[in-house]
Ligand binder design. Structure first.
Ligand SMILES: [Zn+2]
Length: 155
């Protein structure tokens, strides 16, 4: 999974999931961008792990409902809004974008932890939404809608 083009990964996931019985847990290692996870779920993958939420969080990149946020950008220097206005995590409830940017620019280790915390919450919420749509039988429609919106891989 790590490094090859998404189309090749999806092809491999599709082939593997034809061999692995549906009742078995289908684990996909290193699948990290939200759109990759959604596509892999659509192909039958169940379980994922990846460093992206914390590795990117430590360097100041946040996954948000509005797309990617690079918190070190100067445009956030006076931005009092939370990292993600649609997120209720500890970071978004307590810290502004300007404060997070300040923490990064002064080398505070807390900065990476707070953005990582948000990113992990973002992924947990995404997985909860995926599970709910699978249960309701609306995953395909959800997948199409969200894949039109998300472009973390290329943005
Ligand atoms: Zn948050």
């Amino acid at each position: 999974m790590i490094g090859e083009p998404a189309i090749l990964t999806n092809e491999m996931v599709h082939v593997a999931n034809q061999v692995i019985p549906e009742k078995r847990l289908r684990y996909l290692m290193g699948c990290g961008y939200p759109e990759d996870i959604i596509e892999a779920v659509g192909l039958g993958a169940d379980l994922f792990d990846c460093v992206l939420p914390t590795r990117n969080g430590r360097t100041g990149m946040a996954f948000t409902s509005q797309g990617k946020v690079i918190i070190k950008a100067s445009r956030y220097s006076t931005d009092r809004a939370p990292l993600d206005k649609n997120c209720g995590c500890y970071t978004c409830r307590n810290f502004s974008r300007a404060y997070l940017r300040h923490l990064f620019n002064t080398g505070e280790a807390l900065a990476g932890r707070l953005v990582s915390y948000h990113n992990i919450n973002f992924y947990m919420e995404l997985m909860a939404r995926i599970r709910n749509h699978i249960k309701k039988g609306t995953f395909r429609a959800f997948s199409r809608r969200i894949l039109r919106k998300f472009d973390f891989r290329n943005s």
